[in-house]
Design a protein around this ligand. Sequence first.
Ligand SMILES: *[C@@H]1O[C@H](CO)[C@@H](O)[C@H](O)[C@H]1NC(C)=O
Ligand SMILES: *[C@@H]1O[C@H](CO)[C@@H](O)[C@H](O)[C@H]1NC(C)=O
Ligand SMILES: *[C@@H]1O[C@H](CO)[C@@H](O)[C@H](O)[C@H]1NC(C)=O
Length: 283
Amino acid sequence: MFQKLIYLSIGIFVGFYIGDIILTNNSNQVEFTENNRSPKIFCWILTGNQNHETKAKHVKNTWLKRCDGYVFMSSQSDPELPSIDLGVREGRNFLWAKTRAAFKWIYEQKLIDEFDWFLKADDDTYVVVENLRNFLSNYSANDPIHFGCKLRLEKERSWNSGGAGYVLSRETVKRFVNSALPNPDICNPGPFGDEDLELGNCLDNLKIRNLDTRDSQNLHRFHPFNVSFHVDKSTEIDWNFWIWNISFFPIDKNPSDSAISFHYTTPEMMYWFEYFLYKFNIF
Ligand SMILES: *[C@@H]1O[C@H](CO)[C@@H](O)[C@H](O)[C@H]1NC(C)=O
Ligand SMILES: *[C@@H]1O[C@H](CO)[C@@H](O)[C@H](O)[C@H]1NC(C)=O
Ligand SMILES: *[C@@H]1O[C@H](CO)[C@@H](O)[C@H](O)[C@H]1NC(C)=O
């Protein structure tokens, strides 16, 4: 009897202890939504303190809530968003340091135990989370793979556009943090550099596969420019524009009808998307 009580109190103590870790490490600082869908997608938004009111708020009001969990990576903590102060200086030059710190934080918070896929997007990216989930459901998050708008590095090497949003599997986040970050031969250890290009370079050095995200008609799902750019038929295509040259696959002006993302989306356009995608009907 007495022994049972001791076991019980040890059990309660351990229970509290585990509960406390989960509470302090996760639920306090990231937003968990109750979508209960599979696979589970965690979304993190690369932003800065100057954009909390003007951009981040509108990402939260529109598509972000369809992710299974989310957080804004910033230099200022704001429990309302919620945003994290990563302790990295603001400015375009420091985005690579921010991305590294973001994935490290995600790993340290044990979020890879709770989610399958990790989407990074900018505060001016619009994502159709349902189409992303549907696309990802064909793959295993335990494989070392990543996805996005595939751009050419050199020969067969590639990276994914940061503005179009990119997705890392749970296994990829694990390898990036454990094997790539500590090794300057694999990953640029300095703060400077384009975050998407640097990340792509590290993942390529680790032989993490960057898979094709186009649909069965070879139309793109992840888009590095705004929706007008990708659908507009009223202006001539400028074939000298840089994107046509560095895209890994040929680009067609028609986006896929199972498109996942568009970059350079203003808050105004985000609400416009919400209306046409989630409210509008044709009678
Ligand atoms: C998933 O795979 C099946 C079988 O290969 C294919 O028919 C389907 O289009 C794929 N779905 C997506 C969203 O890629
Ligand atoms: C979309 O991008 C094009 C340039 O690619 C720009 O000219 C246009 O103003 C943008 N549209 C909106 C609504 O932001
Ligand atoms: C892109 O490629 C075309 C044709 O190969 C070339 O004429 C053009 O200068 C290139 N543009 C850029 C921005 O590199």
